[in-house]
Design a protein around this ligand. Structure first.
Ligand code: PGA
Length: 228
């Protein structure tokens, strides 16, 4: 199934309310041919509730538990309640700093799918295969999730991974998960986004999404690119 390319702007732990407001007043509209998504910190869901045309809202994480006595955690149904349509799960920073495991990722996906939010599962080698097998054995199928291939060395390093190498990896993932979009993430910019959209189902962008003019250039380039 041919799906629109997905561009996710992950703000990580950046931006105050006034900075987010400023970004939102300057960002360009998306387009019917692309899915443009912003993943702000949870403190900014209110500010981000009114998005420009063709933009959607994502979360950067979700609780592995349902509603209940889980201090500090945001349940999937609470994310749905504030208009979230996508959720990044298993980002390498969650794995590294918060000790999130492959099994946590499965529980998080189950929670999201139970309320109709689409998970975007981040993977890298060497755990990509193990992670995806665990998802499959929990009954999660390709039609329900998107996958983001994010080589660790490319994240926040201004050293994007070689597109030829990534193309091979993306095709391998796509062979087993044919209905998922397989995104690329790691030092994506306006300058290289066209190259990555040729080999992937979209991009996950952090650093280049923080400055609104750089995000606008990236979206403009994406629209002009030959999209797979
Ligand atoms: P970057 O981060 O765009 O700053 O490299 C990507 C990511 O962490 O998903």
């Amino acid at each position: 199934m041919l799906k629109k390319p997905l561009i996710i702007a992950n703000w990580k732990s950046h931006k105050t309310r006034s900075e987010a407001q400023d970004w939102l007043t300057k960002v360009i509209e998306g387009d019917e041919g692309l899915e443009c998504v912003i993943a702000p910190p949870a403190t900014l869901y209110g500010v981000c509730s009114k998005l420009p045309k063709h933009w959607q809202l994502a979360a950067q994480d979700v609780s592995p538990f349902p509603l209940g006595a889980y201090t500090g955690a945001l349940a999937a149904s609470q994310l749905l309640d504030v208009g979230i349509s996508y959720c990044i799960v298993g980002h390498s920073e969650r794995r590294r700093y918060f000790h999130e495991t492959n099994q946590d990722v499965v529980h998080k996906c189950e929670q999201l799918l139970s309320v109709g939010i689409r998970p975007v599962v981040c993977v890298d080698q060497p755990y990509a295969q193990t992670q995806l097998e665990l998802l499959a054995s929990a009954g999660i199928d390709s039609a329900s999730i998107d996958i983001a291939l994010e080589p660790l060395s490319a994240i926040g390093s201004q050293q994007p991974a070689d597109p030829t190498t990534e193309q091979v990896e993306i095709e391998k993932l796509h062979a087993d998960w044919p209905d998922s979009r397989v995104l690329y993430g790691g030092s994506v910019t306006a300058e290289n986004v066209g190259e990555y959209l040729l080999i992937s189902g979209g991009v996950l962008v952090a650093t280049a999404s923080l400055d609104v003019s750089s995000m606008n250039s990236l979206v403009t380039q994406a629209l002009h690119s030959k999209i797979k």
